[in-house]
Design a protein around this ligand. Structure first.
Ligand SMILES: Cc1cc2nc3c(=O)[nH]c(=O)nc-3n(C[C@H](O)[C@H](O)[C@H](O)COP(=O)(O)OP(=O)(O)OC[C@H]3O[C@@H](n4cnc5c(N)ncnc54)[C@H](O)[C@@H]3O)c2cc1C
Length: 421
């Protein structure tokens, strides 16, 4: 097994642990059983230390990624290391679909669900809400199979931050394939958007607003329509239909973005913002994202607009998305429909980290919860207050990982509330 020390996708974090690449689940089991400390590493798209381990990291990229569809059960089983892009292509080839995708299709399935990764859409839960069953290599090296139907505490095992073991297989809900049409609008007056916020976000299957938080206009709205729920107009809440293909970042070619102008196409080629065929190299960006309950969305957006003079110099682009409520203990959408305020930052980590406390303080009145895989400064006490099942999750970790094999500094700091080691 090849073992090297490497960086995450953004290049802002160097894993302290060497990375093992087992080729079978059996090898994963042996490796975990023998290792004093170990954790899973996905496609490395997180921006913080969440994946790291004081021992060894296990990547599943060389493990058999067979995709097994059960048409009767409307489910698909896939390796935890598979990417959503690969899965989406195969599902579409066989006439099936997932309910949603994140902005980028290159992210691993197990890594995405471990952090509550989401797309947009008032009726779309995060990607983790599609998880029906998991196969997990636990600290003893044994295989544990858990499912939504039969396992008590399953709702604590899905968005699990890698703390319960290595997820080797994931079973997801699927549905018959569907077509999506994507429309892009520009320069929507904030006044109009905020006055009709529910109508804006609910106008189609998935809606994203792109903004630099400055000025009086939302830069772009990306509206993804399913089954004719939105027909496309020349105007959208005071914004006008884009006449050229648009990238979320001003001045960047749209060649890598999914098809726009309302051209109908499969869900697999429209729900993400970026094309699968576009292979991003290491990213020159950082990200943070904060979830607020839907009823506070407008006030939270206003708070970010008030901070725009401090945010904008460090920002590449911001995005506003909506997500349905779920019952997953550590999900930012646990028991509340929410709106996510996303920040793609310039790769200036020290300056971004210096600004985050101000962003978090401005959002604090709105029961904010951070995205686990992005940059945030929220302390354990605040996290414990905002995730009501955190105590139950701690107990679950203690029960399934009594030796603490899957613990790391990030978990100690955020979930367990202990100082850095
Ligand atoms: C360009 C870009 C676009 C993004 N777009 C979105 C978006 O649209 N929406 C959104 O919500 N987020 C988005 N993210 C964030 C990203 O989805 C999350 O950080 C996600 O966790 C990354 O998955 P990964 O496979 O890269 O996981 P990693 O970063 O490798 O690991 C993240 C966590 O998952 C755990 N994990 C990974 N694999 C396994 C496994 N097999 N078993 C158990 N645990 C595992 C790790 O231990 C770690 O705790 C984006 C990130 C980037 C870089």
């Amino acid at each position: 097994m090849n073992q090297t020390s490497e960086r995450n996708w953004a290049g802002n974090y160097r894993y302290s642990a060497p990375i093992a690449h087992p080729t079978t689940v059996d090898e994963v089991q042996q490796l975990v059983a023998a290792a004093p400390q170990v954790r899973a590493l996905g496609s490395r798209h997180s921006f913080n230390a969440i994946a790291d381990s004081p021992g060894t990291l296990v990547a599943l990229d060389l493990v058999d990624d067979a995709i097994v569809i059960d048409p009767g059960a409307l489910s698909v089983e896939v390796s935890g290391g598979a990417t959503y892009g690969t899965l989406a292509v195969e599902l579409q080839r066989q006439g099936y679909a997932l309910h949603n995708l994140a902005s980028l299709p290159h992210i691993s399935v197990a890594g995405a669900i471990a952090t509550g990764t989401h797309g947009s859409g008032d009726r779309n839960g995060s990607l983790a809400t599609a998880v029906r069953a998991l196969e997990i290599v636990t600290g003893s090296g044994d295989l544990l199979r858990v499912s939504r139907e039969t396992t008590p505490d399953f709702a604590g095992m899905v968005v699990a931050l890698g703390a319960l073991g290595i997820v080797t297989r994931v079973t997801l809900d699927i549905q018959p394939t569907f077509a999506v049409r994507q429309f892009v609008y520009e320069n929507l007056p904030w006044g109009e958007v905020l006055q009709h916020f529910d109508a804006v976000m609910g106008s189609a299957y998935s809606v994203s607003l792109f903004t630099n938080w400055l000025g009086e206009n939302v830069d772009q709205a990306w509206v993804k329509s399913r089954g004719g729920d939105y027909a496309g107009e020349s105007e959208f809440f005071g914004g006008t239909a884009a006449t050229l293909g648009r990238h979320p970042l001003p001045g960047i070619s749209a060649v890598n973005c999914t098809e726009q102008f309302g051209v109908s196409g499969p869900w697999s080629e429209r729900l993400a913002h970026f094309r699968l065929a576009f292979t991003p190299s290491n990213g020159d960006e950082l990200q943070s994202e904060y979830h607020v309950p839907r009823e506070h969305a407008v006030a939270a957006i206003e708070a970010m607009r008030t901070l725009s003079a401090r945010i904008a110099p460090l920002l590449l682009v911001g995005e506003v998305r909506s997500i349905a409520a779920d019952d997953l203990w550590l999900s930012p959408n646990f028991e509340r429909a929410g709106v996510a305020l996303h920040f793609t930052w310039k790769p200036e980590q020290a300056a971004v980290e210096a600004l985050l406390p101000a962003v978090e303080a401005a959002l604090a009145p709105f029961a904010v919860r951070p995205h686990w895989g992005k940059l945030f400064q929220t302390d354990a006490k605040t996290l414990a207050a905002s995730f009501p099942r955190l105590d139950d999750f701690r107990a679950l970790v203690d029960r399934l990982d009594p030796a603490g094999k899957f613990r790391n500094d990030f978990l100690e700091r955020t979930v367990f509330g202990r100082a850095r080691t």
